[in-house]
Design a protein around this ligand. Structure first.
Ligand code: DC
Length: 209
């Protein structure tokens, strides 16, 4: 079974997706980490195109993120890499390579996969699709707390990144028509996880699995 969790930056996707995966005993896929690894690789080796980096990406996702054997768990979260990730994510050739890789992973087992296009492109047949939303102000405040930065600076960066993610031609950020939209504003993580877990259990019994 696949639970797809999409939404904009700072809506709480990672925390919620990890919580849901732990509660259900599913594997967790952070698809953004793949785009971030391509971004880091292309910042470090700008002579190679992002598409070539994506096609040859040697990455291991888990508690720690390893890029060609190097621990980049923290490096891929820097503001520079975040900005570059939304640039490389607009490149259709990068997306084709990374979507293929995600489909490979999701092909067997039970997953909670988190990103921008899981429900629309990567796994359109996912048994449950959740789209997390929150106000721009709330998302910026949440992300600023996470990385210990100034909320107004984070809000500015997030506005640019969001616009790029939503307006790109190739797989823009949008809710799948059959996604359940959950506004995380004013809810704590445990409440959102509990709702998502209940939805997943219902979807699983409806599918007879
Ligand atoms: O979820 P995140 O902030 O780690 O994502 C980093 C960037 O990658 C973000 O700008 C959007 C992009 N991304 C994407 O286009 N598609 C995905 N499935 C996941 C992330």
């Amino acid at each position: 079974m696949i639970v797809a969790i999409d939404g904009p930056a700072g809506a709480g996707k990672s925390t919620v997706a990890r919580g849901v995966a732990a509660a259900l005993g599913f594997d967790y896929l952070d698809s953004g980490a793949l785009y971030r690894c391509v971004a880091l690789a292309s910042l470090e080796q700008p002579g190679i195109s992002p598409a070539a980096h994506a096609a040859a990406l040697e990455v291991s996702l888990g508690e720690r993120v390893l890029l060609a054997g190097r621990d980049v768990t923290h490096a891929i979260r820097s503001p520079t890499v975040s900005a570059q990730a939304s640039v490389v994510a607009a490149d259709p050739a990068v997306r084709v390579a990374l979507v293929a890789r995600q489909r490979d992973l999701l092909g067997s087992g039970d997953w909670v996969a988190e990103g921008r296009d899981i429900g629309t492109v990567v796994a359109p047949a996912a048994e449950l699709k959740i789209f997390l939303e929150a106000s721009a102000q709330e998302r910026a405040a949440r992300r600023a707390r996470e990385i210990g930065a100034d909320p107004s600076e984070v809000a500015d960066e997030m506005r640019i990144r969001d616009a790029r993610d939503r307006e790109r031609d190739h797989s823009p950020l949008q809710a799948a028509p059959d996604a359940i939209v959950l506004d995380t504003g004013g809810l704590d993580v445990d409440e959102v996880v509990a709702r998502a877990v209940a939805l997943a259990r219902t979807a699983r019994s409806a599918g007879g699995r």
